[in-house]
Design a protein around this ligand. Sequence first.
Ligand code: DAH
Length: 339
Amino acid sequence: MQINKLKEEINNFSSDDKNPAEVFRIKFLGSHGSVKSLMGEMKNVAPENKREMGKVLNELKLFAENKWEELKKTTDDDKQQTTENGIDLTLPGDALQIGSRHPISIVRNKIVSIFQRLGFAVAEGPEIEDDWHNFTALNLPENHPARDMQDTFYVSQNPAWMLRTHTSSVQVREMEKGKLPIRIICPGRVYRNETISARAHCFFNQVEGLYIADNVSFADLKQTLYFFVQEMFGKEIKVRFRPSYFPFTEPSAEMDISCLICGGAGCNVCKHTGWVEILGCGMVHPNVLENCGIDSKKYTGFAFGMGIERITMLKYQIKDLRIFSENDLRFLKQFTSAV
Ligand code: DAH
């Protein structure tokens, strides 16, 4: 019977064409295809056989359609799933993990932008320094006892080179350029030969500030730093300056802010004093100005230096400094939406 032959033909269909499904569709299911033309023959079928014939033709049509679907699937699969070299393009890709800014970078950017609004420009210097820029020019000559607090790492090929212990060395480099006035902010990484603990590390980050011009006074220093902490921590913050000692400033001070946790009432963070220390500062020592070729009779200036880790720990209430450099995603991910 014709129908059985057709079924066999459908079943065994194969094609050299690029798209066998389309060839199949035209041949069997198209408007001039075999199924349609058999359907057209229905009008010649005797009425008593029509029912039976209709059933058989419908079955044939379904059979052809199923085969067509199958063919489509294999051609589609061929097209989409593998390229010539067998790469499966339908596999989900490796998700690109979007990182977040490191908390130290967030805080450094914030510090820098606050000072930029006051007219400070960013200056940078090398992390490998020489004795002059890191110590001697800053009024810390060889054998000065204050060097003890800043032991560092020396370069074995040349012991005159060391990893800088503070960003104050950038002050010297900028002053030596001989262009005045100077109003700079210097963020950067520094190193010390310290035992690593929750409060100390062998590397950390500082921001140095330096302003040198005619008639710069301690009042300018205080107001600049007061503006800074208000922008950084909020308008309610209080500050106090305690006399201190740094070889490169005279007078020198340390600045405390009212404790962010207890608002000054006393808690563990401020060791029940209501205050936490955040930076060192002072008026640039005349010896430092002269060492860098600046006339100390004509110019005055102030300087300050702060640890970025310390500011970040206070701002985000982080208790252990080591976590900044441990690359622990559980910690870092918490800063995803911080800017
Ligand atoms: N360089 C100092 C340190 O690392 C911090 C410092 C104190 C910087 C007073 C200054 C300053 O510019 O005036 O401990």
